[in-house]
Design a protein around this ligand. Structure first.
Ligand SMILES: Nc1ncnc2c1ncn2[C@@H]1O[C@H](COP(=O)(O)OP(=O)(O)OP(=O)(O)O)[C@@H](O)[C@H]1O
Length: 239
């Protein structure tokens, strides 16, 4: 990797086929290693679409999107999948955990798709399993390690922290979190964001975090406001 920018966007324009006007129009965006960006905007303004472009799931844009120095539009779908597995940890709104697996197995799963993350996890704790346990402990989930419950028996807040541990294992350069706090009350929400921030800062990991909730913006280095088709733009500014 030859750049300190984990995400680099230049002249990005995107619209869905049946849309009048551009949904996304981002002249330039840089996310440095270890920095955090809060992405907000009204429903339908294109937040999830932007995350899908950045994570290489959605193609068909003009301009350039680079992750860890690799321009996604020059890569095959297979190379984009590889890049995502190796360098991006994803936390989804619905967590997407496998309910029949234990919390440790869910966390370890991320290393199954990436030798790079597996090697990093092993280097840190001796084995993927021990690194999963370390992360779950760090995230305040020691109690679920001692129980034999599978993941579906956990509370929403516990599932959310399992999802965060799964995103963090193997130290990917970028964590992308899509509305991970929408099911939480304000106290649990703040605690979760603080924990996530602490873990990403300790690893020098960049964080791209989407939420409707403006109260969270103060936790982040920068805010990007999307205005959808009407304004179709954004500004990056310190909070
Ligand atoms: N696969 C798709 N095909 C066509 N249009 C789509 C598709 N996915 C999203 N859209 C449209 O793109 C616009 C932006 O959707 P997107 O989900 O990115 O917004 P969002 O800001 O994440 O919204 P929310 O906050 O409600 O999740 C919406 O008008 C949506 O209907």
């Amino acid at each position: 990797m030859t750049t300190s920018h984990i995400v680099e966007i230049d002249q990005l324009r995107f619209s869905w086929p049946d849309m009048r006007g551009q949904l996304l129009n981002i002249p330039q965006l840089r996310l440095e290693a270890g920095s955090s960006l809060f992405l907000r905007g009204p429903s339908g303004s294109g937040k999830s679409t932007l995350l899908n472009l950045v994570s290489g799931v959605q193609a068909g844009y003009s301009g350039s999107v680079s992750i860890c120095g690799e321009r996604l539009e020059t890569l095959s779908a297979h190379r984009r999948d590889r890049l995502r597995a190796d360098h991006i940890g994803l936390i989804f709104q619905q967590f997407n955990l496998l309910p029949w697996l234990s919390p440790v197995e869910n966390v370890a799963l991320a290393c199954r798709f990436s030798r790079r993350r597996r090697d990093r996890a092993q280097a840190r704790s001796g084995s993927v399993q021990d690194e999963a346990i370390r992360l779950l402990r760090e995230l305040g989930l020691a109690e679920v390690l001692n129980s034999r419950r599978n993941t579906s028996a956990l509370s929403i807040g516990q599932q959310q922290r399992v999802a965060a541990a799964r995103a963090l294992i193997g130290s990917p350069e970028l964590i992308i979190a899509d509305e991970p706090t929408s099911a939480l009350d304000s106290e649990h929400r703040d605690r979760f964001v603080d924990l996530l921030m602490k873990e990403t800062q300790a690893n020098g990991t960049s964080l791209l975090f989407v939420s409707h909730d403006p109260a969270l913006a103060s936790h982040f280095d920068n805010t990007l406001q999307l205005d959808g088709i009407t304004g179709s733009s954004l500004e990056t500014r310190p909070c």
